[in-house]
Design a protein around this ligand. Structure first.
Ligand SMILES: [Zn+2]
Length: 272
């Protein structure tokens, strides 16, 4: 499942094609959305941006389209007249002069007045957005220190989009590793050094993953491993999906732990 950095990258790719363009036509597969076609067609696209795992396309007619890809949704940019991918259902298509942006398979599409998009149920529950350019380390630190989080397990919080928005499973394992936090630790168990490290790595690693197409490992280590002929899947992470492989720092074999049905990968040598 894509995490915040992948959705933010998709938003950036879409924005490159759609931003400031006039909508020649918008098409919706769902009947309940069709009444918005006339208003959006002919308007200009103000912005395309990601909020955690949701995509927001804002039009200057005062409407915003919210979509969430869940497991199967996928955006594609097609040339005019290009056939859409066989076997995938087109759920929304935005036609501009240069291209057509198509959303396949997603079932979670809503149209909101732009002024009220903050009230959309998924958006309303989001915590601090790690991929927003204006988010600072001090804000992340102040946010995670709030008393309401202190009794909860760090590993559980990291998948809760109401805590820090944009983190998914691969970022969770690698943030815990980089901050040297055991997977079963609660917020209140952390030392000051660990709390600071958690804030730093949550922000820096999520932004690095966005900038590098998904590398959460230290970039120098990743470069060295790539130089030795390792594949992207082998060098991109600190610990995620590396069971039995040696830790990049201490050489201990990486271990897997299941928490509420989702795997956490960790190093018993480093995370003590
Ligand atoms: Zn280690």
């Amino acid at each position: 499942m894509p995490e915040g950095p992948e959705i933010a990258r998709a938003a950036s790719d879409l924005a490159a094609v759609l931003a400031n363009k006039r909508v020649l036509l918008i098409e919706f597969a769902f009947q309940q959305l069709k009444p918005h076609v006339d208003m959006i067609t002919g308007s200009r696209i103000k912005s395309v941006r990601a909020r955690s795992k949701a995509m927001l396309v804002e039009f200057d007619c005062g409407l915003t389209v919210y979509s969430h890809n869940q497991l199967y949704g996928r955006w594609a940019i097609l040339a005019h007249g290009e056939a859409s991918q066989v076997g995938l259902q087109v759920r929304m298509a935005i036609h501009v002069d240069e291209a057509v942006a198509v959303l396949y398979s997603a079932s979670d599409i809503e149209v909101w007045p732009s002024a009220n998009i903050g009230e959309q149920p998924y958006i309303r529950k989001l915590g601090l957005e790690l991929l927003a350019a204006e988010t600072t380390l001090n804000e992340v630190l102040a946010h995670i220190r709030q008393p309401k989080f202190q009794g909860r397990r760090v590993a559980t919080l990291l998948l809760d989009q109401g805590f820090l928005a944009g983190i998914g499973n691969y970022l969770r394992s690698d943030i815990l590793f980089a901050a040297r936090i055991k997977p079963d630790a609660r917020m209140k168990d952390l030392t000051v050094v660990q709390t600071n490290a958690l804030a730093h790595h949550a922000l820096a690693m999520t932004q690095q993953s966005f900038a590098t197409n998904g590398i959460t490992n230290d970039l120098k280590i990743a470069k060295k491993l790539r130089g030795r002929g390792m594949k992207f899947s082998q060098y991109r992470h600190w610990v995620f999906d590396r069971v039995g492989e040696p830790c990049h720092v201490c050489g201990t074999k990486i271990t897997r732990l299941d928490l509420s049905g989702r795997a956490v990968f960790w190093c018993v040598g480093c995370q003590v």
